[in-house]
Design a binder for this molecule. Structure first.
Ligand code: AMP
Length: 105
């Protein structure tokens, strides 16, 4: 089944995309838990961090570099949180990995 984030990536459903590069998009979270709440999403649909493989090393690394770049562009680089929720017992709702970027600056 196609994830909601894949549908956002393919523009099948609308979203507030604030940044995009070859392998990654960044969107505004629809239900923000902080003043700034963004999701850094690889275009490759991987269900959870438990499914990452050796071939994904560069992609996972790139997600953090995108987080750093976006934080700087938003002027929140002096304080933010990055987190992955992994699987259902820790509240992962969308089975397409995404790095949460939150800040109250
Ligand atoms: P998680 O619980 O880690 O799977 O987080 C999923 C996040 O995706 C939640 O913070 C939701 O608010 C967010 N979300 C779900 N659907 C959308 C959407 N269409 N556009 C933006 N954010 C979304």
């Amino acid at each position: 089944m196609t994830s909601i984030f894949t549908k956002i990536i393919s523009r099948e459903i609308p979203s507030n995309i604030i940044y995009e590069q070859d392998n990654i998009i960044v969107i505004k979270d629809i239900n923000p838990q902080a003043k700034h709440h963004y999701l850094i999403i690889p275009k490759k649909e991987i269900p959870t961090i438990n499914y990452i493989e050796d071939i994904d090393r560069d992609l996972i690394s790139e997600m953090f570099f995108v987080a750093k770049k976006v934080a700087k562009e938003l002027w929140i680089q002096e304080g933010y949180k990055l987190n992955f929720n992994v699987w259902k017992l820790w509240g992962q709702e969308v089975m397409h990995i995404h790095l949460h970027l939150l800040s109250n600056i």
